[in-house]
Design a protein around this ligand. Structure first.
Ligand code: KG4
Ligand code: ZN
Length: 367
C-alpha cells in the first residue's frame, strides 16, 4: 500500500511516499529554517505563506523521486494537528483538494502519533518495534510519555506542564546568543563543555508523576547567564560550552529517568524515542547506558534497579527525528491496517492546533 503523506504543522513543508508503513520511496522536506533564523523563531504568518508557495512543488517532487504516478497512490495522509493553525490549514486543504480531485481515500494523522511511527520507517517488519513499549516524544512543541500495547492505541502517561524539552533547548540557546534552532547548537557546543561546572536543578515533580517541567531549569540558566554577563560583561566560549553541557545533561537526566521508570512499571519489551530532540546524541547515550547498567533515578534522587533489559530504538535516520511527512504516511498505514473502519475520513476534516493524542478505537466520532 503506497501512501502520500503531507506535513505542514510548523515550519517544514513536507511530502513523502511510503510503502507499507516502512519503505520510504521519497521524503521531501522544504525547510524554512533559514527564514526563521532571522527572527530567532517561527513567525506563524511567514511560515504559512511559505507553505502555500512550497506545498505543490514538494508534493510533485515526492512523486517524481518515488517514480510514482497518481494511479499508484492508494491513499493520502495529512497532519491534522497539533501545530500552528495557519500552517496546518495549508496541508489539510491541499490534501483534501487532492483527495477529491484524484479520488483517493484521505487519512487524518495526529502529528505526535506520526513522530512515534518514525520508529517504524526503514525497518524490515521483523525488525519493527515490539509491543508493549513506552515512547518518549520530545520536540519543540511536544513532550509526551506514551505507553503502547498495540498499534494506534496510546496511553498518555505524562506530558509537559510548561515548555517542551526542545522549546527549552531553543530558549536557552537564544539566551546564549546561539542560532535557531537551538537544540543542535547546544548539543554541538556541549561536546566541548564541562558537565560538572554548573549544577542545574532537575524537576522530577511528585514521586509518581510522569509529567515534565522545564521552567525551573530555564530560569536557572537565565540567572546564570545574567550573573556571568554582569560580572564579565560578556559570555566566554568556555562559559557557553559549560552551560550547554550542564543544561543538556540535566534535561537528558530527567527525560531518561522518567522514560525508564515507565519502562520498568509497564514491563515493556522496547523503549522508543522520537521527535526533534531524539536526534540528540547525549540523550541516546544516557538512555542506552542506563539500560545497560540497569538503573534509573527516582524523584528523590534514589537509584532504582531495572528488572528488565528493554531494546532501545530511535528513528533510523536523523531526518525522521524532526518534522517530516514520511512519519505521517507511515502512521497512516498502521492506522488503516489496525483500524480500517475508523482510519478513512468520511467528512471534511478540520485542522486542530490543540489536538491531543487519541486512540484510533475512539475515532468514530471524528470521521
Ligand atoms: O519535531 P520537530 O522538528 O518539531 C516539532 O514538532 O516541534 O523538533 C524541533 C525541535 C527544536 O526545538 C530543536 O531545537 C530540537 O527539536 N532539536 C534538538 C536536536 N535537534 C533538533 N534538540 C536537542 N538536540 C538535538 N540534536
Ligand atoms: Zn514535530
Amino acid at each position: 500500500m503506497k501512501i502520500l503523506g503531507i506535513e505542514t504543522s510548523c515550519d517544514e513543508t513536507a511530502a513523502a511516499i511510503v510503502e507499507d508503513g516502512n519503505r520510504v520511496l521519497a521524503n521531501v522536506i522544504a525547510s524554512q529554517i533559514d527564514i526563521h533564523r532571522e527572527t530567532g523563531g517561527v513567525v506563524p504568518e511567514v511560515a504559512a505563506r511559505e507553505h502555500v508557495i512550497k506545498i505543490m512543488p514538494v508534493v510533485n517532487e515526492a512523486l517524481r523521486k518515488a517514480k510514482t504516478g497518481w494511479a499508484d497512490i492508494d491513499a493520502i495522509a495529512v497532519t491534522v494537528g497539533p501545530g500552528l493553525l495557519s500552517s496546518l490549514v495549508i496541508g489539510v486543504s491541499t490534501a483534501s483538494a487532492l483527495a477529491f480531485a484524484k479520488q483517493k481515500p484521505l487519512i487524518a494523522v495526529n502529528h505526535i502519533a506520526g513522530h512515534i511511527y518514525a520508529n517504524w520507517l526503514e525497518r524490515e517488519t521483523k525488525e519493527s518495534p515490539l509491543f508493549p513499549c513506552v515512547v518518549l516524544t520530545v520536540s519543540g512543541g511536544h513532550n509526551e510519555l506514551v505507553f503502547m500495547k498495540k498499534h494506534a492505541e496510546f496511553k498518555l502517561l505524562g506530558e509537559t506542564l510548561d515548555d517542551a524539552a526542545g522549546e527549552a533547548f531553543d530558549k536557552v540557546a537564544r539566551l546564549l546568543g546561539l542560532a535557531y534552532p537551538g537544540g543542535p547548537e547546544i548539543s554541538r557546543l556541549a561536546l566541548k563543555g564541562d558537565i560538572k561546572r554548573f549544577d542545574f536543578p532537575k524537576a522530577y515533580l511528585q514521586d509518581k508523576s510522569y509529567d515534565f517541567s522545564f521552567s525551573g531549569l530555564k530560569t536557572a540558566a537565565l540567572n546564570l547567564i545574567r550573573e556571568e554577563f554582569e560580572q564579565s560583561g560578556k559570555l566566554s566560549q568556555q562559559f557557553i560550552a559549560d552551560c550547554c553541557a550542564g543544561f543538556q545533561d540535566a534535561v537528558c537526566g530527567i527525560l531518561s529517568d522518567k522514560l525508564l521508570r515507565a519502562a520498568e512499571e509497564y514491563q515493556v519489551q522496547e523503549v522508543l524515542l522520537s521527535g526533534g530532540v531524539s536526534a540528540n546524541g547525549r540523550l541516546r547515550q544516557i538512555i542506552q547506558e542506563k539500560i545497560d547498567e540497569g538503573y534509573f533515578f527516582n524523584a528523590k534522587g534514589k537509584k532504582n534497579q531495572l528488572t528488565i533489559h528493554p531494546r532501545f530504538r530511535f528513528p533510523q535516520d536523523k531526518s525522521f527525528c524532526t518534522d517530516n511527512a514520511a512519519m505521517i504516511a507511515g502512521m497512516a498505514y498502521f492506522l488503516a491496517k489496525s483500524h480500517p473502519t475508523q482510519a478513512f475520513v468520511k467528512k471534511p476534516i478540520i485542522a486542530d492546533p490543540r489536538l491531543s493524542l487519541y486512540n484510533a478505537s475512539e475515532m468514530v466520532s471524528r470521521s
